[in-house]
Design a protein. Structure first.
Length: 219
């Protein structure tokens, strides 16, 4: 027990990892408006909650200790390795850092940061010019920055699920959807028909599949 608890109470790691990911996200998102700061603040709260349980205090494991002990007798969930709950619950073998859930988490987290990094220069340039952002990732979807934040959070849930972050994820996703709707209302009021035409052809969150062109058709 004493050895297992050495895996937690590492508050310096909580602070360090939280700062790394928050600063990393900030370098891509670069919030400017009040709405930007609200979405970034929500994401930061998710990250802090995640690493608090990962290295600080394993609240989820304590709350689920009775069920875990009954379902998986002999497994020491207070060791950091076994804190990857999906690894044990889904019956994976070997190192938890290389199981399918962990590998999938890297795809979502990496893809999320890529979406943020690709969207920010386009959005910043458009805002400075007083125009709509319609190039780059904005040619495919209207809200790539929110897709990025959601993908990163989902990736972390695949890697290290906790009760607080499982509760926060749908709440924050709903908040991003509300923010996206508010931004669209503002854009419609500002750009009028130009926005209507753009919104009619570009989906909000899920890119359209490209149709195969048949003979004689042009893109």
């Amino acid at each position: 027990m004493e050895h297992a608890m050495q895996s937690y109470g590492l508050w310096s790691l909580v602070i360090l990892n939280s700062l790394i990911f928050i600063i990393f996200a900030f370098s891509f998102a670069k919030p400017q408006t009040k709405t930007d700061w609200r979405s970034f603040g929500a994401f930061s709260g998710f990250i802090v909650a995640l690493f608090t349980e990962m290295y600080g205090f394993p609240l989820t494991i304590y709350l689920m200790s009775g069920w875990l002990a009954e379902k998986y007798p002999g497994v020491d969930f207070l060791s950091h390795e076994n804190g990857h709950l999906w690894h044990t619950i889904l019956g994976f073998e070997g190192n938890a850092h290389f199981d399918p859930m962990h590998m999938a988490s890297f795809v979502f987290i990496g893809g999320g940061f890529w979406a943020l990094s690709a969207a920010w220069p386009v959005l910043f340039k458009a805002q400075r010019a007083g125009k709509m952002a319609v190039t780059g990732p904005y040619e495919k979807v209207r809200h790539p920055q929110y897709i990025g934040f959601i993908a990163i959070m989902f990736g972390f849930l695949l890697q290290w699920p906790t009760i607080p972050t499982l509760v926060l994820f749908p709440i924050l996703t709903y908040m991003y959807l509300r923010l996206a709707k508010k931004e669209e209302q503002d854009s419609k009021a500002r750009f009028g028909k130009a926005w209507d035409d753009y919104a009619a052809h570009v989906p909000a969150f899920i890119p359209k599949r490209r149709k195969n062109l048949t003979a004689g058709e042009t893109p």
